[in-house]
Design a protein around this ligand. Structure first.
Ligand SMILES: Nc1ncnc2c1ncn2[C@@H]1O[C@H](COP(=O)(O)OP(=O)(O)OP(=O)(O)O)[C@@H](O)[C@H]1O
Length: 249
């Protein structure tokens, strides 16, 4: 595979009696859109946590752009260019959208800008441009708590993108989003990722979303990949249909 930017190699992590990563390996090439699917408890979130520094494996390694990042902190990994968004958006609910974006940026720079100085932040212009790109410019001054889940998802992703990652891991970008909003959220997201040449790996339970937006699908079971291929190959694979899709992924 050419243009590999991230390689996770043979990751193992056990929580008590649960082998959450059991030889998890994945190569990610620039500009891919990889969907990770699999049953509950298969180790999908654990894999994201291992690649983004939130968990450390008992063995195996993660290499990003030729650098071993396995033991680095989440902040150090973020600074190197790996972003992530969460299943439940990690936002300051009582602050405005733009304050959330600026705080993320301040955190990356290792500073803590007081909220009152936010609007004068040197990057404020850039943040408004990013909000415009995700179609949320009108909401910049709204308090996050007041916004619907679909918007919060996009804001959480915008917070990750504010840090200008080359690669972003997204844990269920459409969970909690209504079925009418999900394609809108994903269309916006794809447009922004394309505009910024950002590679993406996302956990997804919605097979319509997988079919429409993934360039490759990795099927997770028992802490590692059981199958991978194009959406067409994977979504028509008899074993995947029976063991993964059939159980209500
Ligand atoms: N911090 C933890 N401590 C103990 N066990 C954990 C921890 N995190 C995950 N696990 C266990 O590891 C296994 C894999 O969990 P993980 O959340 O990675 O699965 P998942 O595929 O993301 O599931 P879901 O689709 O439900 O989000 C599960 O059995 C889970 O209970």
């Amino acid at each position: 595979m050419s243009g590999v930017i991230l390689e996770a190699d043979d990751l193992h992590l056990r929580f008590g009696g649960v082998q959450a990563a059991n030889g998890a390996s994945l190569k990610v090439a620039a500009n891919e859109r990889i969907a990770i699917i699999g049953p509950n408890g298969a180790g999908k979130t654990t894999f994201i946590n291992l690649c983004t520094g939130y968990l450390k494996p008992q063995s195996g390694r993660v290499v990003f752009n030729g650098q071993d990042v396995t033991r680095l902190s989440p902040q150090a990994i973020t600074r190197l260019g790996i972003g992530r968004s969460f299943q439940i958006p990690q936002l300051f609910l009582d602050n405005t959208v733009i304050e959330n974006l600026l705080l993320a940026l301040s955190a990356r720079e290792g500073s803590w800008s007081p909220f009152l100085a936010m609007q004068r932040h040197p990057k404020a212009g850039e943040m408004w441009a990013l909000l415009d790109l995700v179609g949320l410019k009108e909401t910049g001054n709204r308090i996050v708590r007041e916004l619907p889940e679909g918007m919060r998802k996009l804001i959480d992703i915008a917070v990750a993108l504010a840090l200008e990652p080359r690669l972003i891991f997204m844990d269920e970008p459409t969970s909690g989003v209504s079925s009418t909003e999900k394609f809108q959220v994903m269309d916006t997201l794809t447009r922004v990722l394309d505009a910024r040449a950002t590679t993406a790996v996302f956990v997804e339970h919605d097979m319509d979303v997988v079919a429409r937006y993934a360039s490759r699908v990795a099927v997770w079971t028992g802490g590692r990949i059981a199958h991978q291929g194009t959406p067409e190959e994977i979504l028509s694979h008899p074993e995947v249909r029976e063991t993964v899709i059939g159980v209500g992924v």
